[in-house]
Write a protein that binds this ligand. Structure first.
Ligand code: PRP
Ligand code: MN
Ligand code: MG
Length: 183
């Protein structure tokens, strides 16, 4: 076990199965859409690893883009002060947008991002998240595709960080409680 990680929450094998299932669900959901113009948008940095695995399991033509937002900074609690650090590279007007997140916690990040995306008039907007912590929700988010629901523990790895570390772990682990600041 990596230093600072208490135990494994979601193993590599479980991740693979969940991502494959999400890929099938997403492929099925868009398969019959006429003149599909799919843009899969990953929210950086947390979604980078999930995004890379997920797009390989979606069997549809697509364009991939990224939006960098940040709300946590170096802390462990969402501030609600969501900033767009780097915007999309293209217009999304009239396109079918699939937003991809690593985790939806309070919902603040997505609440802000959904408003911004809708304002740009896509034809459709769906949301896929690898993880969701419903017990922590402060703002409702309409999730179309959800990998796993997890309890209120500090998850790290597979893109998820604590103070920018642990993102490279190939599994999702629980951070040792002693390391959690600002809670
Ligand atoms: C994390 C996570 C989600 C968001 C979820 O991002 O990746 O984007 O917080 O929390 P919320 O539902 O309470 O808003 P963070 O702001 O830490 O940036 P990061 O993706 O670079 O880690
Ligand atoms: Mn994030
Ligand atoms: Mg983070």
């Amino acid at each position: 076990m990596e230093h600072g990680i208490e135990r494994v929450l979601i193993s590599e094998q479980e991740i693979e199965a969940v991502v494959a299932r999400l890929g099938r669900e997403i492929t099925a959901a868009y398969q019959s859409v006429e003149q599909l113009d799919l843009v899969v948008v990953g929210l950086l940095r947390g979604s980078f690893m999930f995004m890379a695995d997920l797009v390989r399991q979606i069997k549809l033509p697509m364009v991939v883009d990224f939006l960098t937002v940040s709300s946590y900074g170096a802390g462990t609690v969402s501030s609600g002060n969501v900033k767009v650090v780097m915007d999309l590279d293209q217009s999304i007007e009239g396109k079918d947008i699939l937003m991809v997140e690593d985790i939806i916690d309070t919902g603040h990040t997505f609440n802000k991002i959904i408003g911004l995306i809708r304002h740009r008039r896509p034809r459709s907007l769906k949301i896929c998240t690898f993880l969701s912590k419903p017990s922590r929700r402060l703002v409702e988010v309409p999730i179309d595709f959800c990998g796993l629901t997890i309890p209120d523990e500090f998850a790290c790895g597979y893109g998820l960080d604590h103070a920018q570390k642990y993102r490279n772990l190939p599994y999702v682990g629980v951070l040792e409680p002693a390391l959690i600041k600002g809670q």
